[in-house]
Design a protein around this ligand. Structure first.
Ligand code: FAD
Ligand code: MLT
Ligand code: ZN
Length: 446
């Protein structure tokens, strides 16, 4: 199984002398108690038996040790360093929890340019290291654009201070990009500066039902045209996801049952103007029968409740047993074909085959469950799912990274020349291979 752990590389083992050194370096913070270590050694999906670590919410086995690597946690690095309320540029330490940063900024009339279901636990350093996408990417773009600077500790201990707070800086290569999305394999991010948008004065959320994926796509097209600059998210989940939300989390479907559900968010500066636009759009999609039913929220509690229906699908799935997770980029019109194809391909082997994700970004989350780990099911899914994705020129990891689980499938989305160049960069920055070994790069590159 190419997603399984490779053999241990010949690193030395941690000795009592090493522990004594760490105790002098970080008095009281060198943790060896197995009970205390549990929350750091087992990831969110609880699939890896036992690296840089942020909130440990990563979904590809990248944030936990494979053998006996030392965990370098950023959880005590949670200071905001500066915030400039004219430019909207925030500079903070890597261990700041995303939700805490959002709350800090909202008090100052700004927001973070990214938002995701794991916001209560994930750290900004982890977000940058995975180049996390999330729910607002459609509006504010990827971290490759909003991150303005990074401070990074390199494998040899040098501190790379590229913590710029400039919108424009064309002085040579943009080195920070190397660390964005490199999953802790090239350096440890210790601080981040990031460009934050103003807090929108008016936010509306619509939760709609569609009877086919084709109609959902037409609704998306219509929505882009009619909502234009105020559209901030266009997300979807299918009926199987809704059943799991109802069954395991006791959430209530606020509209008539449909094969597909959409979450649309608008964020703008004028409530009357935004509501007028949204209502015209809703009238259009209802009268043309693209949408079968819907509800709208403008009030914070109801907005949160509608968002839960999309954000908590990940959590609902964990109650079904074991989840095989796929995070695929495809031309948007193809994204649900993969779910349907997979249902036909797997037949009764899978308990659930569900689809949800970021329609606006052409990003499908295909999740397949079975009561427990099932090697025969896995063999039927992989490499089939990756071959399918590659045939349509998609990406086998849209936003979660490769970590341990997907490292050997990189060739489905990248030419061998590109992977070899990644290997050269790794060898240059981390010649001893001590940063997050066994992750991201395929086994033939280490
Ligand atoms: P961790 O899980 O701790 O680490 C992730 C990777 O980054 C690891 O390889 C780790 O070694 C490395 N790393 C962490 N910190 C540093 C650092 N300071 N320096 C160098 N390397 C570091 N992802 C999305 O893209 N979009 C979503 O919408 C989304 N939603 C999610 C919802 C839920 C409920 C969950 C559980 C996860 C979700 N994720 C999503 C996946 C996950 O990638 C993000 O939650 C987040 O970006 C990971 O941050 P973290 O601090 O938890 O990082
Ligand atoms: C999401 O969009 O909900 C996240 O990426 C998490 C997941 O894929 O389950
Ligand atoms: Zn996602």
């Amino acid at each position: 199984n190419p997603g399984a752990a490779p053999p241990r590389l010949p690193f030395s083992r941690v000795t009592q002398e090493d522990l004594a050194f760490f105790r002098t370096l970080l008095p009281g913070r060198t943790i060896t108690d197995p009970d205390l270590l549990k929350s750091s050694n087992v990831d969110w999906l609880k699939t890896v038996e036992v690296c840089p670590q942020g909130g440990n919410t990563g979904l590809v086995g990248g944030s936990v040790p494979v053998f006996d690597e030392i965990i370098l946690s950023t959880s005590l690095m949670k200071q905001v360093i500066t915030f400039d309320n004219i430019s909207g540029i925030l500079t903070c330490q890597a261990g700041c929890v995303l939700e805490n940063l959002s709350n800090y900024l909202e008090e100052r009339d700004f927001i973070m340019p990214l938002d995701l279901g794991a916001k209560g636990s994930c750290h900004i350093g982890g977000n940058v290291s995975t180049n996390a996408g999330g729910l607002r990417l459609l509006r504010y773009g990827s971290l490759r654009g909003t991150v303005l600077g990074l401070e990074v500790v390199l494998a040899d201990g040098r501190i790379l201070n590229c913590l710029a707070t400039l919108r424009k800086d064309n002085t040579g290569y943009d080195l920070k990009q190397l660390f964005i999305g490199s999953e802790g394999t090239l350096g440890v991010i210790t601080a981040v500066s990031i460009l934050c948008p103003r807090k929108p004065k008016a936010v509306n959320v619509a939760f709609l039902g569609c009877s086919s994926f084709q109609q959902l796509l037409e609704t998306f097209q219509c929505c882009r045209g009619m909502l234009g600059e105020i559209l901030s998210a266009f997300e979807f989940l299918d009926a199987s996801c809704m059943s799991l939300l109802e069954k395991h989390l006791k959430l209530t479907n606020p509209i008539t049952e449909s094969p597909f559900y959409i979450v649309i968010e608008t964020a703008g500066s004028n409530a009357t103007h935004d509501e007028e636009k949204l209502h015209k759009f809703l009238e259009e999609v209802m009268t043309s029968s693209l949408v079968t039913d819907g509800t709208v929220a403008t009030e914070a509690t109801k907005i949160k409740a509608l968002w839960s229906l999309r954000e908590r699908v990940t959590e609902a799935l964990t109650h079904e047993g074991y989840t095989y997770k796929y995070d695929i980029s495809l031309p948007v019109e193809k994204i649900y074909d993969l779910v349907q194809d997979m249902r036909g391909h797997l037949g009764d082997m899978a308990k659930n085959v569900v689809g949800y994700g970021h329609v606006g970004d052409g990003n499908l989350h295909l999740n397949i469950t079975s009561p427990s780990k099932d090697p025969a099911l896995l063999a039927a899914i992989e490499p089939y799912v990756y071959e399918w994705t590659s045939k349509w020129k998609g990406s086998i990891s849209a936003e979660h990274g490769l970590g341990l689980k997907k490292r050997n499938y990189i060739y489905y989305s990248k030419p061998s020349e590109a992977v070899a160049l990644m290997g050269s960069i790794k060898a240059m920055l981390d010649p001893k291979g001590i940063l997050n070994p066994y992750k991201t790069l395929p086994d033939n590159i280490h």
